[in-house]
Design a protein around this ligand. Structure first.
Ligand SMILES: [Zn+2]
Length: 498
């Protein structure tokens, strides 16, 4: 895309820029000065249609706060500090007025869940459905707010069932994401005993919902910092915040996909996993061993899978693509169309991102971890609740239901049995033209799978094919098991004695 030189804006655009300036000034009165970030304005910036040049454009914009993109319109919505419009112009970008400036108004936010309302609602749900739910606090934030997980299963004591994880709001301003996961809780709990598919899921699986990973940040948003993305990490008496979704130890700070600068909206934190929110999610995943996950984000109408760094090779790419394609086919976008969500890795669709939760979950625990970017550019982070909340959560239902169906219906199940399962792990290879191809990568970059140690339960979603489990105890190969997976079937291996 040829870029215009910054000084040559036609008159219509200069009028727009003046308009943008006045809106920015207006928003200064609305936003409190409690946090480190200056008041912001939002502009729509033209980006290239070509994926490689688009990534370059977005990298050039990385010193600003990129809210989301429209791959259809080739526009990025970018939030700027009061005085940095000139900087953007000097870089030669074409700028348009953004419809999202209206969302800098606080009133828009009111009907969306606050951190207190999330806790209250989860508590009532767990009281109303005591046989189906367990409510656990998985971490405490810097501002002493609990991060809660709702465990849903009709057989909570049965250890031999696969677990699925859904979480929302790593990023504080993405208020629709919490709505999606709170709605999921309602659908699952109301559906048990009335909806045959939901009943089957809760009879045979365990679903963990973390509707709000970042309550501290969300509190800032509700207090008027609408564009607050990070958590409440403080230094020098100011809340700079850490981008929790750049703070995970996998590939942390490794591909320029985050910032070392504490004022940046993608600040990766002083060290990997420095944040209580990150630690809470890590501990949850390592203890519960989910087979799949969706992390809800906004906005851009995209389904993302690992890796966020271009140079990393995903050894389970075919499986991610297959499940992702099914989700894409079933989700309806904001314009009412099916099958339009973009599907790919962050560098393919956007830019490189390191230290993300999906990368960490896949690399460290073999989780089929996706990030879902809900809503399009016209809706942004905080669309009218009245107009968009119910529509969005209903449309997202088809996405998470597809993930549950796809991951539970095809693969392998069994149980490792031995005197001690301490230090037991396994790798999966697939026969590819007579060669065993390791699902954990040629370089073994993906850690071997582990079971929830007490029970030895194994469940892996796999594409049809011939596979081998290689089971290790403290790095010694204890046993190999070969098996077939057929379409839409779960191969039962029963007890595997070590
Ligand atoms: Zn996000």
């Amino acid at each position: 895309m040829p870029r215009q030189s910054g000084s040559r804006f036609p008159i219509s655009q200069r009028v727009l820029l003046a308009l943008i300036g006045s809106i920015g000034a207006l928003s200064m009165n609305i936003q409190s000065a409690a946090l480190s970030s200056a008041p912001k304005r939002i502009v729509s910036v033209k980006i290239s249609h070509d994926p490689v040049r688009r990534a370059e454009d977005l990298r050039d914009l990385a010193s600003f706060d990129i809210l989301g993109v429209s791959l259809e319109e080739n526009l990025a919505e970018v939030a700027l500090e009061q005085n940095s419009l000139d900087e953007l112009k000097e870089k030669g970008f074409q700028i348009q007025f953004s419809p999202l400036n209206a969302q800098l108004q606080r009133e828009n936010l009111e009907p969306y869940f606050t951190p207190t309302e999330v806790l209250d609602t989860l508590s009532s749900l767990s009281q109303n459905y005591p046989s189906l739910t367990t409510l656990r606090t998985i971490g405490i934030t810097r501002r002493k707010r609990p991060i809660q997980a709702l465990f849903i299963s009709a057989q909570p004591k049965n250890q031999n069932q696969p677990t699925l994880l859904f979480n929302a709001m790593h990023h504080a301003r993405e208020v629709m994401t919490t709505e999606v996961v709170m709605h999921m809780a309602q659908v699952l709990l109301n559906g048990y005993g009335t909806d045959p598919e939901v009943t089957h899921w809760l009879d045979s699986a365990r679903i963990i919902l973390v509707p709000q990973v970042n309550p501290d940040g969300n509190q800032f948003v509700h207090e008027g910092q609408n564009m607050w993305r990070k958590n409440a990490w403080e230094t020098e008496g100011r809340s700079f915040g850490v981008d929790i979704n750049r703070n995970y130890p996998a590939l942390w700070g490794s591909c320029n996909g985050s910032s070392p600068n504490k004022s940046s909206d993608s600040f990766r934190g002083p060290e990997a996993a420095s944040e209580p929110e990150t630690k809470a999610m890590i501990e949850l995943v390592l203890s519960e061993r989910p087979i799949a996950n969706i992390s809800y984000h906004a906005f851009s109408e995209m389904i993302l899978y690992p890796y966020g760094c271009r140079k990393e090779k995903n050894p389970s790419l075919e499986l991610f693509k297959s499940i992702g394609a099914e989700m894409k086919a079933n989700i309806v976008d904001d314009a009412g169309r099916k099958g339009t969500y973009a599907l790919g890795t962050p560098p393919e669709l956007l830019y490189e991102a390191d230290g993300t939760d999906a990368d960490w979950q896949f690399r460290e625990a073999g989780v089929l971890a996706f990030a879902m970017e809900v809503n399009g550019r016209m809706q942004g982070f905080q669309p009218s609740h009245k107009r968009w909340r119910d529509v969005t959560v209903a449309r997202q239902e088809e996405g998470w239901k597809t993930l549950i169906r796809q991951t539970l219906q095809q693969g392998v199940q069994g149980r490792l049995v031995g005197r001690s399962l301490a230090g037991v792990s396994y790798r999966i290879s697939r026969a590819e033209n007579g060669v065993w191809e390791d699902f954990t990568g040629e370089d073994k970059s993906v850690k071997p799978f582990r079971t929830r140690s007490a029970d030895g339960f194994i469940f892996n979603t796999l594409l049809p094919g011939t596979y081998q489990f290689n089971i290790y105890q403290s790095d010694d190969l204890k046993k190999s098991v070969t098996f077939e997976v057929s379409k839409d079937q779960v191969t039962q291996l029963g007890d595997i004695r070590l």
